[in-house]
Design a protein around this ligand. Structure first.
Ligand code: PBG
Length: 344
Protein backbone atom coordinates (compact mmCIF):
# COMPACT_ATOMS: atom_id res chain seq x y z
CA UNK A 1 0.00 0.00 0.00
CA UNK A 2 1.49 3.39 -1.02
CA UNK A 3 1.52 6.24 1.38
CA UNK A 4 -0.84 8.07 -0.95
CA UNK A 5 -3.53 5.40 -1.03
CA UNK A 6 -3.23 4.98 2.71
CA UNK A 7 -4.03 8.70 3.11
CA UNK A 8 -7.05 8.42 0.91
CA UNK A 9 -8.31 5.40 2.85
CA UNK A 10 -7.92 7.25 6.11
CA UNK A 11 -9.82 10.22 4.74
CA UNK A 12 -12.71 8.14 3.51
CA UNK A 13 -13.12 6.23 6.74
CA UNK A 14 -12.08 8.45 9.60
CA UNK A 15 -12.02 6.25 12.64
CA UNK A 16 -15.14 6.46 14.77
CA UNK A 17 -17.30 8.38 12.33
CA UNK A 18 -19.63 5.48 11.43
CA UNK A 19 -21.57 3.10 13.64
CA UNK A 20 -19.60 -0.15 13.38
CA UNK A 21 -22.49 -2.07 14.73
CA UNK A 22 -25.63 -1.64 12.71
CA UNK A 23 -28.47 -3.82 13.91
CA UNK A 24 -30.37 -2.74 10.82
CA UNK A 25 -27.99 -4.74 8.58
CA UNK A 26 -29.72 -8.05 9.24
CA UNK A 27 -33.15 -6.49 8.87
CA UNK A 28 -32.72 -5.46 5.23
CA UNK A 29 -34.03 -8.49 3.37
CA UNK A 30 -36.81 -10.94 4.03
CA UNK A 31 -34.40 -13.92 3.88
CA UNK A 32 -32.10 -12.27 6.37
CA UNK A 33 -34.92 -11.47 8.78
CA UNK A 34 -36.03 -15.08 8.58
CA UNK A 35 -32.47 -16.27 9.14
CA UNK A 36 -32.02 -14.34 12.38
CA UNK A 37 -35.54 -14.91 13.74
CA UNK A 38 -35.36 -16.07 17.36
CA UNK A 39 -38.89 -17.38 17.78
CA UNK A 40 -41.59 -18.79 15.58
CA UNK A 41 -45.19 -19.74 16.03
CA UNK A 42 -46.28 -23.10 14.64
CA UNK A 43 -49.53 -25.00 14.64
CA UNK A 44 -48.07 -27.23 17.37
CA UNK A 45 -48.27 -24.31 19.78
CA UNK A 46 -52.05 -24.02 19.62
CA UNK A 47 -54.75 -25.22 21.98
CA UNK A 48 -58.29 -24.44 20.91
CA UNK A 49 -60.86 -23.68 23.64
CA UNK A 50 -64.40 -24.64 22.49
CA UNK A 51 -67.85 -24.16 23.99
CA UNK A 52 -70.15 -27.15 23.77
CA UNK A 53 -73.91 -27.00 24.35
CA UNK A 54 -76.91 -29.33 24.48
CA UNK A 55 -79.35 -29.52 21.51
CA UNK A 56 -80.89 -26.73 19.47
CA UNK A 57 -79.23 -25.16 16.44
CA UNK A 58 -75.81 -26.64 15.63
CA UNK A 59 -74.06 -23.31 16.23
CA UNK A 60 -74.99 -20.35 18.36
CA UNK A 61 -72.94 -17.16 18.24
CA UNK A 62 -71.42 -15.65 21.39
CA UNK A 63 -72.13 -11.93 20.91
CA UNK A 64 -69.15 -10.67 22.94
CA UNK A 65 -66.78 -13.00 21.08
CA UNK A 66 -67.24 -12.37 17.34
CA UNK A 67 -66.40 -15.51 15.37
CA UNK A 68 -66.85 -17.85 18.36
CA UNK A 69 -69.86 -20.19 18.48
CA UNK A 70 -71.25 -22.57 21.04
CA UNK A 71 -71.47 -25.97 19.32
CA UNK A 72 -73.66 -29.02 19.76
CA UNK A 73 -71.78 -32.30 20.05
CA UNK A 74 -72.25 -33.22 16.37
CA UNK A 75 -71.01 -29.76 15.33
CA UNK A 76 -68.12 -30.10 17.77
CA UNK A 77 -67.06 -33.38 16.14
CA UNK A 78 -66.94 -31.71 12.73
CA UNK A 79 -64.99 -28.78 14.10
CA UNK A 80 -62.57 -31.09 15.90
CA UNK A 81 -61.97 -33.02 12.72
CA UNK A 82 -61.11 -29.78 10.97
CA UNK A 83 -58.81 -28.76 13.83
CA UNK A 84 -57.06 -32.13 13.73
CA UNK A 85 -56.61 -31.90 9.95
CA UNK A 86 -54.99 -28.51 10.43
CA UNK A 87 -52.60 -30.09 12.93
CA UNK A 88 -53.88 -28.44 16.11
CA UNK A 89 -52.64 -30.74 18.90
CA UNK A 90 -55.43 -30.29 21.44
CA UNK A 91 -58.70 -28.62 22.27
CA UNK A 92 -60.11 -27.53 25.63
CA UNK A 93 -63.80 -28.19 26.28
CA UNK A 94 -66.13 -25.82 28.09
CA UNK A 95 -69.71 -26.98 28.60
CA UNK A 96 -72.66 -24.61 28.60
CA UNK A 97 -74.75 -26.17 31.33
CA UNK A 98 -78.51 -25.52 31.38
CA UNK A 99 -79.64 -23.57 34.43
CA UNK A 100 -81.85 -26.38 35.72
CA UNK A 101 -78.80 -28.64 36.06
CA UNK A 102 -76.93 -26.21 38.30
CA UNK A 103 -77.08 -26.70 42.06
CA UNK A 104 -75.39 -25.74 45.31
CA UNK A 105 -73.62 -29.09 45.45
CA UNK A 106 -72.63 -29.09 41.75
CA UNK A 107 -73.65 -32.75 41.46
CA UNK A 108 -73.89 -32.44 37.68
CA UNK A 109 -70.10 -31.99 37.59
CA UNK A 110 -69.46 -35.66 38.31
CA UNK A 111 -72.34 -37.30 36.45
CA UNK A 112 -70.90 -39.85 34.05
CA UNK A 113 -73.15 -38.75 31.21
CA UNK A 114 -73.10 -34.98 31.69
CA UNK A 115 -72.61 -32.82 28.61
CA UNK A 116 -68.85 -32.52 29.05
CA UNK A 117 -68.29 -36.24 29.48
CA UNK A 118 -70.54 -37.13 26.55
CA UNK A 119 -68.55 -34.68 24.43
CA UNK A 120 -65.25 -36.23 25.55
CA UNK A 121 -66.47 -39.74 24.74
CA UNK A 122 -67.74 -38.70 21.33
CA UNK A 123 -64.52 -36.82 20.54
CA UNK A 124 -62.18 -39.63 21.54
CA UNK A 125 -64.21 -42.00 19.39
CA UNK A 126 -64.59 -39.80 16.31
CA UNK A 127 -61.31 -37.85 16.33
CA UNK A 128 -58.87 -39.84 18.50
CA UNK A 129 -55.85 -37.98 17.11
CA UNK A 130 -56.67 -34.71 18.85
CA UNK A 131 -55.90 -34.26 22.56
CA UNK A 132 -58.86 -33.42 24.76
CA UNK A 133 -58.52 -31.13 27.76
CA UNK A 134 -61.24 -30.61 30.36
CA UNK A 135 -61.53 -27.83 32.89
CA UNK A 136 -61.75 -29.08 36.44
CA UNK A 137 -63.78 -26.50 38.37
CA UNK A 138 -67.35 -26.26 39.55
CA UNK A 139 -68.42 -22.92 38.03
CA UNK A 140 -70.45 -24.39 35.14
CA UNK A 141 -72.38 -26.46 37.69
CA UNK A 142 -72.94 -24.29 40.77
CA UNK A 143 -76.07 -22.16 40.95
CA UNK A 144 -73.94 -19.27 42.30
CA UNK A 145 -71.33 -19.46 39.53
CA UNK A 146 -68.31 -19.93 41.81
CA UNK A 147 -65.61 -22.51 41.15
CA UNK A 148 -66.12 -24.14 44.53
CA UNK A 149 -68.77 -25.04 47.07
CA UNK A 150 -69.99 -22.12 49.13
CA UNK A 151 -71.20 -21.82 52.70
CA UNK A 152 -72.19 -18.47 54.24
CA UNK A 153 -70.46 -16.70 51.35
CA UNK A 154 -67.21 -18.56 51.98
CA UNK A 155 -65.75 -20.81 49.26
CA UNK A 156 -64.89 -24.07 51.00
CA UNK A 157 -61.47 -25.38 50.03
CA UNK A 158 -61.22 -28.98 51.15
CA UNK A 159 -64.89 -29.83 50.61
CA UNK A 160 -64.54 -28.49 47.06
CA UNK A 161 -61.52 -30.71 46.40
CA UNK A 162 -63.60 -33.78 47.21
CA UNK A 163 -66.04 -32.78 44.42
CA UNK A 164 -63.22 -31.86 42.02
CA UNK A 165 -61.81 -35.35 42.48
CA UNK A 166 -65.15 -36.92 41.56
CA UNK A 167 -65.39 -34.56 38.57
CA UNK A 168 -61.90 -35.50 37.35
CA UNK A 169 -62.51 -39.22 37.77
CA UNK A 170 -65.69 -38.95 35.69
CA UNK A 171 -63.76 -37.08 32.99
CA UNK A 172 -61.02 -39.72 33.09
CA UNK A 173 -63.64 -42.47 32.76
CA UNK A 174 -64.95 -40.65 29.69
CA UNK A 175 -61.46 -40.62 28.18
CA UNK A 176 -60.03 -37.17 28.84
CA UNK A 177 -56.34 -36.79 28.00
CA UNK A 178 -55.53 -33.79 30.14
CA UNK A 179 -57.32 -32.65 33.29
CA UNK A 180 -56.92 -28.92 33.78
CA UNK A 181 -57.87 -27.77 37.27
CA UNK A 182 -58.84 -24.10 36.97
CA UNK A 183 -60.45 -23.69 40.36
CA UNK A 184 -57.47 -22.38 42.39
CA UNK A 185 -58.25 -24.37 45.54
CA UNK A 186 -55.15 -25.04 47.66
CA UNK A 187 -53.71 -28.53 47.42
CA UNK A 188 -55.96 -29.87 44.71
CA UNK A 189 -53.26 -30.96 42.28
CA UNK A 190 -51.76 -33.52 44.64
CA UNK A 191 -55.14 -34.85 45.71
CA UNK A 192 -56.33 -35.16 42.10
CA UNK A 193 -53.07 -36.86 41.07
CA UNK A 194 -53.41 -39.41 43.88
CA UNK A 195 -57.04 -40.11 43.01
CA UNK A 196 -56.27 -40.56 39.31
CA UNK A 197 -53.40 -42.92 40.03
CA UNK A 198 -55.38 -44.95 42.55
CA UNK A 199 -58.12 -45.45 39.97
CA UNK A 200 -55.66 -46.59 37.30
CA UNK A 201 -55.57 -43.34 35.35
CA UNK A 202 -51.85 -42.75 35.76
CA UNK A 203 -51.66 -41.75 32.10
CA UNK A 204 -54.05 -38.82 32.42
CA UNK A 205 -51.98 -35.65 32.38
CA UNK A 206 -52.54 -32.64 34.61
CA UNK A 207 -52.23 -29.13 33.23
CA UNK A 208 -52.62 -26.88 36.23
CA UNK A 209 -54.11 -23.45 35.91
CA UNK A 210 -51.37 -22.70 38.41
CA UNK A 211 -51.25 -18.92 38.29
CA UNK A 212 -54.78 -17.81 37.59
CA UNK A 213 -55.63 -14.23 38.35
CA UNK A 214 -58.93 -12.66 39.40
CA UNK A 215 -59.35 -10.86 36.10
CA UNK A 216 -61.84 -8.63 34.37
CA UNK A 217 -60.70 -10.19 31.10
CA UNK A 218 -62.89 -13.29 31.71
CA UNK A 219 -66.10 -11.32 31.10
CA UNK A 220 -66.98 -12.65 27.62
CA UNK A 221 -66.24 -16.24 28.71
CA UNK A 222 -68.78 -15.93 31.50
CA UNK A 223 -71.28 -14.70 28.89
CA UNK A 224 -70.46 -17.69 26.72
CA UNK A 225 -71.02 -20.32 29.41
CA UNK A 226 -73.77 -18.41 31.16
CA UNK A 227 -72.04 -18.21 34.54
CA UNK A 228 -72.10 -14.42 34.64
CA UNK A 229 -75.75 -14.11 35.62
CA UNK A 230 -75.25 -16.71 38.37
CA UNK A 231 -72.17 -14.95 39.69
CA UNK A 232 -73.92 -11.57 39.66
CA UNK A 233 -71.76 -8.93 41.29
CA UNK A 234 -69.67 -11.56 43.05
CA UNK A 235 -66.01 -11.92 42.23
CA UNK A 236 -63.47 -14.67 42.69
CA UNK A 237 -60.86 -12.75 44.66
CA UNK A 238 -60.82 -15.14 47.61
CA UNK A 239 -59.31 -17.87 45.44
CA UNK A 240 -57.95 -16.35 42.21
CA UNK A 241 -54.81 -14.22 42.45
CA UNK A 242 -54.38 -10.50 42.82
CA UNK A 243 -53.17 -8.88 39.58
CA UNK A 244 -50.31 -7.08 41.28
CA UNK A 245 -48.62 -10.20 42.61
CA UNK A 246 -45.72 -11.94 40.88
CA UNK A 247 -43.75 -13.79 43.59
CA UNK A 248 -46.99 -15.39 44.69
CA UNK A 249 -47.48 -16.82 41.19
CA UNK A 250 -44.09 -18.49 41.46
CA UNK A 251 -45.11 -19.98 44.83
CA UNK A 252 -48.40 -21.22 43.36
CA UNK A 253 -46.47 -22.94 40.58
CA UNK A 254 -43.86 -24.39 42.95
CA UNK A 255 -46.62 -26.08 44.93
CA UNK A 256 -48.31 -27.47 41.84
CA UNK A 257 -45.00 -28.77 40.53
CA UNK A 258 -44.31 -30.46 43.87
CA UNK A 259 -47.81 -31.94 43.86
CA UNK A 260 -47.28 -33.52 40.44
CA UNK A 261 -48.50 -31.13 37.74
CA UNK A 262 -47.21 -32.15 34.31
CA UNK A 263 -47.80 -28.74 32.78
CA UNK A 264 -48.35 -25.26 34.10
CA UNK A 265 -50.58 -22.50 32.85
CA UNK A 266 -50.65 -18.76 33.37
CA UNK A 267 -53.88 -16.90 32.83
CA UNK A 268 -54.76 -14.35 31.45
CA UNK A 269 -52.11 -13.98 28.76
CA UNK A 270 -50.80 -10.74 27.34
CA UNK A 271 -50.99 -8.60 30.50
CA UNK A 272 -49.17 -11.39 32.37
CA UNK A 273 -46.25 -12.24 30.07
CA UNK A 274 -43.77 -11.41 32.82
CA UNK A 275 -45.33 -14.22 34.85
CA UNK A 276 -45.04 -16.63 31.90
CA UNK A 277 -41.36 -15.75 31.69
CA UNK A 278 -40.72 -16.16 35.43
CA UNK A 279 -42.57 -19.46 35.61
CA UNK A 280 -40.75 -20.94 32.62
CA UNK A 281 -37.39 -19.77 33.96
CA UNK A 282 -38.06 -21.11 37.43
CA UNK A 283 -39.46 -24.58 36.68
CA UNK A 284 -38.62 -25.50 33.07
CA UNK A 285 -41.92 -27.35 32.85
CA UNK A 286 -44.08 -27.23 29.74
CA UNK A 287 -45.67 -23.83 30.30
CA UNK A 288 -48.84 -22.55 28.69
CA UNK A 289 -50.61 -19.25 28.59
CA UNK A 290 -54.28 -18.57 28.05
CA UNK A 291 -55.17 -15.72 25.73
CA UNK A 292 -58.53 -15.30 27.40
CA UNK A 293 -61.92 -14.26 26.13
CA UNK A 294 -61.46 -10.56 26.92
CA UNK A 295 -58.17 -10.42 25.05
CA UNK A 296 -59.84 -12.06 22.08
CA UNK A 297 -62.80 -9.67 22.29
CA UNK A 298 -60.53 -6.60 22.38
CA UNK A 299 -58.75 -7.59 19.20
CA UNK A 300 -61.96 -8.51 17.37
CA UNK A 301 -63.78 -5.35 18.44
CA UNK A 302 -60.95 -3.11 17.29
CA UNK A 303 -60.61 -5.06 14.04
CA UNK A 304 -64.34 -4.77 13.34
CA UNK A 305 -64.03 -1.02 13.70
CA UNK A 306 -61.09 -0.96 11.32
CA UNK A 307 -58.82 0.27 14.11
CA UNK A 308 -56.48 -2.74 14.11
CA UNK A 309 -55.40 -5.17 11.42
CA UNK A 310 -56.83 -8.46 12.76
CA UNK A 311 -54.40 -10.84 11.06
CA UNK A 312 -51.38 -8.82 12.06
CA UNK A 313 -52.19 -8.36 15.71
CA UNK A 314 -53.42 -11.92 16.19
CA UNK A 315 -50.15 -13.33 14.86
CA UNK A 316 -48.07 -10.71 16.68
CA UNK A 317 -49.74 -11.38 20.03
CA UNK A 318 -49.19 -15.14 19.72
CA UNK A 319 -45.55 -14.75 18.73
CA UNK A 320 -45.05 -12.59 21.82
CA UNK A 321 -46.25 -15.48 23.99
CA UNK A 322 -43.53 -17.60 22.41
CA UNK A 323 -40.92 -14.95 23.06
CA UNK A 324 -42.01 -14.85 26.70
CA UNK A 325 -41.27 -18.58 26.96
CA UNK A 326 -44.68 -20.17 26.48
CA UNK A 327 -44.63 -23.66 25.00
CA UNK A 328 -48.16 -23.19 23.78
CA UNK A 329 -51.13 -20.87 23.87
CA UNK A 330 -54.81 -21.47 24.46
CA UNK A 331 -56.50 -19.16 21.99
CA UNK A 332 -59.98 -18.79 20.53
CA UNK A 333 -58.18 -17.81 17.30
CA UNK A 334 -56.61 -21.27 16.95
CA UNK A 335 -58.51 -22.27 13.80
CA UNK A 336 -57.97 -19.00 11.93
CA UNK A 337 -54.31 -18.99 12.97
CA UNK A 338 -53.75 -22.62 11.91
CA UNK A 339 -55.30 -21.79 8.54
CA UNK A 340 -52.99 -18.80 8.12
CA UNK A 341 -49.95 -20.83 9.12
CA UNK A 342 -50.90 -23.53 6.63
CA UNK A 343 -51.05 -20.96 3.83
CA UNK A 344 -47.80 -19.21 4.73
C1 PBG B 1 -63.62 -21.31 35.01
C2 PBG B 1 -62.83 -20.76 33.89
C3 PBG B 1 -62.81 -19.43 33.49
C4 PBG B 1 -62.06 -19.36 32.33
C5 PBG B 1 -61.58 -20.64 32.07
N1 PBG B 1 -62.06 -21.51 33.07
C6 PBG B 1 -63.54 -18.24 34.01
C7 PBG B 1 -63.42 -17.84 35.41
O1 PBG B 1 -62.49 -18.22 36.13
O2 PBG B 1 -64.31 -17.11 35.82
C8 PBG B 1 -61.84 -18.10 31.55
C9 PBG B 1 -61.47 -18.24 30.13
C10 PBG B 1 -61.62 -17.01 29.32
O3 PBG B 1 -61.94 -15.91 29.80
O4 PBG B 1 -61.40 -17.14 28.12
N2 PBG B 1 -62.97 -21.91 36.05
Amino acid sequence: MTEHSHDRHAKRQPFGQFPRIRLRRTRQEDWSRRLVAENALTVNDLIWPVFVKEGGPAREAVPSMPGVDRLTIPALLKAAEKAAKLGIPALALFPVVPREKKSAGAEEAFRADNLCNRAVKALKKAVPEIGVICDVALDPYTDHGHDGLMQNDVILNDETIAVLIRQTLAQAEAGVDIAAPSDMMDGRIGRIRDALDAAGFERVKIMSYAAKYASGFYGPFRDAVGSKSSLGKGDKRTYQMDSGNGDEAVRECALDVAEGADMLMVKPGLPYLDIVWRVKEAFKLPTFAYQVSGEYAMIKAAAQNGWLDNDRVVMESLLCFKRAGADGILTYSAIEVAEKLAKA
